[in-house]
Design a protein around this ligand. Structure first.
Ligand SMILES: [Zn+2]
Length: 523
């Protein structure tokens, strides 16, 4: 589920406290909280079910394979700390994709992507800064020289500072960096300023307007703010991870070089510029003084051309009817989450470990059921938390086996929390322009899986991947168990997940899939 206020997660979390109260009230009303299957909670094994021994219809046999214990086992991998919150992009997202692929291969699914691959690849703009290759070298007229390392000797202060850039020039001392502090002779050169803890953004803007080539700031003797390491640590790690976005967006703005140097390194520059030995702590060169020091700053991106390749994982389950098998129902869940922030790991057990593992359970159920008349594409999309980007990429350039076309989408995202008897869905009748047959199919089967309490998720219609698939002009349905106090928090962890509920939502999707198999699905 994408955060509406992605830049200020914590603000939204605050707004969700009301939801937390409802959640607590449900427990007070006697509903039991989520409990992990006892054996697994202690790391035990599950006794496998021999599906050949299950008596019943193909549907009953398939439903029987969707088990909370199996979902718990998968979820314990997908949402483990070691998966580092499955950020888009990240090494752990690649691992999650390969975990899913292994399951599809074992269950006999066909590759659902181009060129016989289970991966549908797409490109996003991605500009991580190679911090270890960002350096600044200064040389004084007396031949003294030093090379400084970004992240240790100096820092960047803005997430917009990533780029391939070389800036070179002489240093001019410009005091505190107030408007009147930039003399004419500083134009096209580095302005060296001291930081008294006031007006950081202002100083940078003023310097840029004054026409200097760049700004170097270091703490004044009486600076009392946070140390630069602390103050800029968050920005530096964001720069290193890089932002992803839809390619071909607006041109990146021009970077005004602004370096925040440690006091120690700043004083070394003053020494090279002739600071007298034993000078007072607050000694400063004259305003506008040429310091006789030349500095070259180099920074570079970690990616070639600022692009990253991402994967949606696709498993194809061919239908058996000669005609109808060309119609494909898309079952989707996003497998990415929001990664880490400092030492905090955002496990994303509910968002969307539950949908990810629910779809894995559906794969197993389909393998037991055998082919339907229609074909099914299981698709685990990435980039959801960055703006539904993986599903958008697929919808803008769909890939299905020759002659096939998509006819419907059912998407699951965050299906493992809150009232065990409640499930939300969208579009409901109130969302007239999107309303379709799938709502009635859902209503027909919800009670069979214990969902006696159906609610509207219309407010979330545009906040998960069904919104992308809808652009194909097909009927879509989104199943969702609502937000909670752990939404987009490091506390969205496995032990809070009601795996029985995840299993029941998953079974509901299977019932819907089988029910619609022999009828047209209309919008
Ligand atoms: Zn989310």
């Amino acid at each position: 589920m994408i955060d509406l206020l992605r830049t200020s997660r914590r603000t939204l979390a605050g707004a969700l406290v009301a939801g937390a109260v409802v959640y607590a009230a449900n427990f007070a009303a006697g509903q039991s909280p989520a409990v992990a299957p006892a054996a697994l909670a202690e790391g035990g094994a599950v006794t496998p079910v021999d599906v050949d021994e299950i008596v019943g219809t193909p549907l009953e046999r398939a439903l029987a394979t969707i088990r909370p214990e199996n979902i718990f086992a998968d979820l314990s991998f997908i949402a483990s700390d070691e998966m580092h919150g499955r950020d888009t992009p990240s090494p752990e997202l690649l691992i999650a994709a390969r975990y899913i692929r292994a399951r599809l291969q074992r269950l006999g699914f066909q590759p659902g992507g181009p060129l016989g691959s289970y991966f549908y690849e797409y490109q996003l703009a991605h500009s991580p800064l190679a911090i270890d290759r960002c350096e600044a070298t200064w040389t004084a007229t007396d031949g003294t020289t030093a090379t400084l390392q970004a992240g240790r000797d100096y820092f960047f202060a803005s997430v917009g500072d990533a780029g391939d850039l070389v800036t070179s020039g002489d240093l001019v001392f410009c005091g505190y960096g107030r408007r009147a502090d930039f003399p004419d002779n500083a134009r096209g050169k580095w302005a060296l300023c001291v930081d008294n803890g006031k007006g950081r953004g202002q100083r940078s803007r003023t310097a840029s307007q004054a026409g200097v080539a760049g700004l170097i700031t270091f703490p004044a003797h009486d600076y009392e703010g946070e140390s630069y390491t602390e103050r800029f640590g968050g920005v530096m790690s964001m720069l290193e991870r890089g932002r992803v976005s839809w390619p071909g967006g607006r041109e990146p703005r021009e970077i005004f070089p602004s370096l925040f140097m440690t006091r120690e390194r700043g004083l070394a520059l003053l020494d090279a510029a002739g600071r007298p030995p034993g000078a007072a702590e607050d000694w400063m060169p004259e305003q506008g003084a040429e310091l006789g020091v030349n500095l070259e700053e180099r920074r570079s991106l970690a990616t070639q051309g600022g692009m990253a390749t991402l994967e949606n994982v696709c498993g194809f389950w061919p239908g058996k009817d000669p005609e109808r098998s060309k119609e494909v129902v898309i079952l989707s869940a996003h497998y990415d989450h929001v990664g880490v922030s400092g030492d905090d790991i955002y496990n994303g057990a509910d968002d969307n470990g539950t949908g990810t593992c629910g779809l894995l359970a559906l794969a197993e159920a389909l393998a037991t059921y055998g082919p339907l008349d229609r074909s099914v594409l299981l698709i685990w999309v990435s980039g959801e938390e960055k703006g539904l980007l993986g599903s958008k990429a697929w919808a803008e350039n769909p890939w299905l086996p020759e002659g096939c076309k998509p006819v419907a989408n059912i998407n699951i995202d965050m299906i493992g929390r809150n009232d065990p008897t409640q499930i939300l869905y969208t579009p409901t009748e109130k969302l007239e322009q999107y309303y379709n047959d799938l709502a009635q199919v859902l209503e027909r089967h919800a009670a069979s899986e214990g969902f006696t309490n159906l609610g509207s998720a219309d407010d979330y219609y545009h906040r998960s991947d069904q919104a992308s698939f809808e652009t194909l002009g097909i009927p879509v349905m989104f199943l969702f168990a609502d937000v909670h106090e752990d939404y987009h928090q490091p506390s969205d962890t496995v032990e809070k997940i009601d795996t029985d509920k995840v299993a029941r939502v998953t079974r509901l999707v299977l019932r819907m899939l089988v029910d619609i198999d022999d009828e047209a699905i209309e919008r």
